[in-house]
Structures are given as structure tokens and as C-alpha cells.
Design a protein around this ligand. Structure first.
Ligand code: GDP
Ligand code: IMO
Ligand code: MG
Length: 424
């Protein structure tokens, strides 16, 4: 048995949560491997919307276990609130959730450091979600961090106070940042967390594999936010690509199976940083309105633009994508025309290679495709799709050279259709 990976090919918010929920019945375990509560994964089940930040999106399936892997950074306060909310709607989180002892903890002071760092950057700010992600990964690689397993040691309080004192010195002396440290809810959440299954998930997952169980690794953020290959420095602080599933779960590379690459029929980005195909006109606003493009974590309006094929090809290459899944095709219905960026023009030369940096002189080169006017949200059979949409799908498959296995036509779990017969 292998670990399949599902991740975003753009700048996040591709609809990963919805697709994980749809695919979960095929998996015994769904595991998050990186990121933290900067993620906002939306599921719509029978008209009811749920947004998950830390808990894997397989949680609504009664037989699926959920793992928060070692590569995740975990905010106990967010996790507690999320668990309580799920319990209120009858989800038995306690028996289904397993948390890695090696996952690093986000402290209240990490969030303050995130805010102080962003404030110090002024108009160069990353546009972070301010969930403390960057400072927590900095403490991890700087070998100062606190881990979930530390909760089980007798001297957690001492370790916590030691790290907080360091953070306070940074906030006071380096940033000169005004703040009030409220950590009662953190200490309360720590107590709460002690009642959960805090285990060595690398053993759990490898044992499950040896027993023939199916595992789905759920990515957060997107490939273009990856710390190595994203639009640095406007990225997140973790490896969002397939390789991150190995380090973030303790799975050997040869155990990776399918890689599902999720992308929107257009493109969005929230926060700062380059976005070559961004639309600043009425069409961009229309995509935002029709696609309800507002952040699931922060509520910020998402920047919208056309699909970018060189970036998608780059993401497919980095991740070894075996299956493409396109979401939000319904949002394109009713447009006059659809455009796809096929190359960039740099100093008068066309190239498909993603440059080291997107400088302002870079111009996207577009091809225009026919649009469709029909509402497609009730379609469940690919044979009933408008001809222009089928042409768009064929065009993308031809360029991207990977089969599109599903097409999503609305936010609800039911609004999806297979496009190919899935082999084992
Ligand atoms: P994630 O972070 O990748 O899980 O994506 P988000 O949940 O942040 O953002 C995706 C948004 O699009 C959510 O509001 C979803 O409910 C919604 N969504 C997902 N698939 C579709 C689709 O095919 N059509 C439409 N209209 N909305 C979708
Ligand atoms: P999901 O999993 C979209 C963006 C932020 C910011 C940058 C760094 O829902 O797709 P961070 O808080 O990580 O320091 O922010 O990354 N970002 C996301 N954008 N979807 C996400 O997650 C994101 N997580 C972080 O907006 O630009
Ligand atoms: Mg999201």
C-alpha cells in the first residue's frame, strides 16, 4: 500500500478541503503533514459549511482516522476550539484524532512575533495570516522550539517560560513592539490537549501501511507558497510540495503513490507577492464575486486572475502529479471569453520557464478560449458539460500532460464528477 498525496498547485485555496472530503471514503487515514492554522479548508455538507484549520478534512467520515503529523505547527488554542465545534455537531474527534509528539507548538508569543515582524516590514510585508507560522518554524529550525511531546514531560512549564522570556526580549529590544501577553487560554488548551492521543505518528502510519491501510496526505497552502520553490520571500515557512509529505509524516519516498494536484479553473492569491496574471479590472472583480473569493482564515479579499500554465507545469513537475482535479469551473460560466497564460515575455523573449523573480517588466502571453454561458452546477455527468468547457478541459490536459480525473462544479460535496476511469 502507498500514501497518496493531495495538494494545491497554485497559491492555496484551490479547494483541497472539499476534495479530501470527497475522496476520504477510500482512505483509512487522512494526515496533515505541514503548515498549521494558516490553512482554512472549507467543506460543504448538505448545505452546511465547515472550515477546518488544523484537523484533517477526512474527519466527517466515521471510519477515517485523522493524523496531525510531525511537520505541522500546532496552536493548541485553535485546535481546542476546532475540536469543540466539531463535537457540537456530533463528530467524535477524540477517538479519531492522533497527534504527533514531534509537531511543534505555536505559542502566543509566536503570534506576537509574527505581528511585530510584519509591522516592521511596512509595505514589504508578506501578508501573513498572523497565526505565528513563520516564528514557530524559525524556532524549529533554530532548535529552540517546544513540541507536543514536551507536554508529557514534567518540566513543560519551565521550558515554556524559558522560551517566552526569549520571545519577550525579542519583542521588547529588537522590535520595540507594544503588546499584552495573554496566555491563560493557551495554558488551558495545553491541559485539554493532554487528554488526546499524542503518539509517535511515524510508527502509527508505517504500521498502518504494512497492514494494507490506505493513507491520504492532505497538503495545506499551495506549491507557489512553498519555502523552496514558491515566490520567495512571499511564501509560507514550510515545504508544501509532495516531498514535504515524506518529512512531515515520516514516510519513505518510495511509499508515495498517486499525487492529486488541485487547481482552480482560474487563479487566486491572498496576501502580498507577485501574481503575473492578476486582473485589476471588472473581470477580476467578477471572479471574486462569483467565486466568493474571500479568505477562509482571515476573510481578506483574494486577488483573482487567469490560469497560468507555466506555473501549473512547474508545480506538476515539482510534485510529480499523477492526477489533476479542477475546481470552480462553475465560476467561469457566463464570461465573454476565457484566457490562459501560456508563456511570459521577458525582455522581448518568450519563455515558459518560471523566472527566479517576477520583476514588473514580465508580461504574460495569453491564448483566448471560448466560454460557455450555461449554469453547470447541477451537472454530474461529463457528457452533459457544455462543449466549450470540454474544450477547455482538453486544452488543459494537452498542455499539462496529466489526466484530469475530477471536475468540481460547486462547493458542496456532491458537486463533482469523474472525468476518467480511475485505475487502482
Ligand atoms: P482550500 O484551502 O484549498 O481547502 O480551499 P478554501 O476552502 O480556502 O477555498 C475554496 C473555496 O471554494 C471554499 O469556499 C469552497 O467551499 C469553495 N469551492 C470548492 N470547490 C468549489 C467549486 O467547484 N465551485 C465553487 N463555486 N466553489 C468551490
Ligand atoms: P490553505 O491551506 C492561501 C499565505 C498568506 C501569506 C503567506 C504567508 O487554506 O490553502 P503565513 O501565515 O503562512 O506566514 O502566510 O501565505 N497563506 C495562504 N494563502 N491559502 C492558505 O492556506 C494560506 N496559508 C498561508 O496569505 O501571503
Ligand atoms: Mg484555504
Amino acid at each position: 500500500m502507498r500514501v497518496d498525496v493531495l495538494l494545491g498547485l497554485q497559491w492555496g485555496d484551490e479547494g483541497k478541503g472539499k476534495i479530501v472530503d470527497v475522496l476520504s471514503p477510500r482512505y483509512d487515514i487522512v494526515a496533515r503533514f505541514q503548515g498549521g492554522p494558516n490553512a482554512g479548508h472549507t467543506l460543504v455538507i448538505e448545505g452546511k459549511k465547515y472550515v477546518l484549520h488544523l484537523i484533517p478534512s477526512g474527519i466527517f467520515h466515521p471510519n477515517t482516522h485523522c493524523v496531525i503529523g510531525n511537520g505541522v505547527v500546532l496552536d493548541p488554542v485553535t485546535l481546542k476550539a476546532e475540536i469543540e465545534k466539531l463535537q457540537q455537531v456530533g463528530v467524535d474527534v477524540r477517538s479519531k484524532l492522533l497527534i504527533s509528539r514531534r509537531a511543534h507548538l505555536i505559542l502566543p508569543t509566536h503570534k506576537l512575533l509574527d505581528a511585530a515582524s510584519e509591522a516592521a516590514k511596512g509595505d514589504q510585508k508578506i501578508g501573513s495570516t498572523l497565526r505565528g507560522i513563520g516564528p514557530t518554524y524559525m524556532d524549529k529550525t533554530g532548535r529552540n522550539g517546544l513540541r507536543v511531546g514536551d507536554l508529557l514531560s514534567g518540566n513543560f512549564e519551565k521550558k515554556y517560560r524559558f522560551l517566552v522570556a526569549k520571545h519577550r526580549r525579542l519583542l521588547d529590544a529588537y522590535y520595540g513592539y507594544e503588546y499584552e501577553l495573554l496566555d491563560e487560554s493557551f495554558l488551558e488548551a495545553i491541559e485539554y490537549l493532554r487528554g488526546f492521543q499524542l503518539i509517535n505518528t511515524e510508527y502509527y502510519l508505517n504500521h498502518a501501511l504494512s497492514q494494507g491501510q490506505n493513507i491520504l496526505a492532505e497538503g495545506a497552502q499551495g506549491t507557489l507558497l512553498d519555502i523552496e520553490f514558491g515566490s520567495y520571500p512571499y511564501v509560507t515557512s514550510s515545504n508544501t510540495i509532495t516531498a514535504g509529505a515524506c518529512t512531515g509524516l515520516g514516510i519513505a519516498p518510495r511509499n508515495i503513490g498517486r499525487v492529486y494536484g488541485i487547481f482552480k479553473a482560474y487563479c487566486t492569491r491572498v496576501g502580498s507577492g507577485p501574481f503575473p496574471t492578476e486582473l485589476h479590472d471588472q473581470t477580476g472583480q467578477r471572479l471574486r464575486d462569483m467565486g466568493h473569493e474571500y479568505g477562509a482564515t482571515t476573510g481578506r479579499p483574494r486577488r483573482c486572475g487567469w490560469i497560468d500554465l507555466p506555473l501549473l507545469k512547474y508545480a506538476i513537475q515539482l510534485n510529480g502529479v499523477t492526477d489533476l482535479i479542477m475546481t470552480k469551473a462553475d465560476v467561469l460560466s457566463g464570461l465573454e471569453a476565457i484566457k490562459a497564460c501560456t508563456a511570459y515575455e521577458i525582455d522581448g523573449q518568450q519563455t515558459e520557464e518560471v523566472p527566479f523573480e517576477f520583476t514588473p517588466g514580465i508580461r504574460p502571453v495569453y491564448e483566448t478560449l471560448s466560454s460557455w454561458q450555461d449554469d453547470i452546477t447541477a451537472i454530474r455527468d461529463k457528457k452533459l458539460l457544455p462543449a466549450s468547457l470540454q474544450q477547455y478541459v482538453d486544452y488543459l490536459q494537452q498542455h499539462l500532460k496529466v489526466p484530469l480525473t475530477y471536475l468540481s462544479v460547486g462547493p458542496d460535496r456532491s458537486q463533482i464528477m469523474p472525468m476518467q476511469v480511475l485505475t487502482a
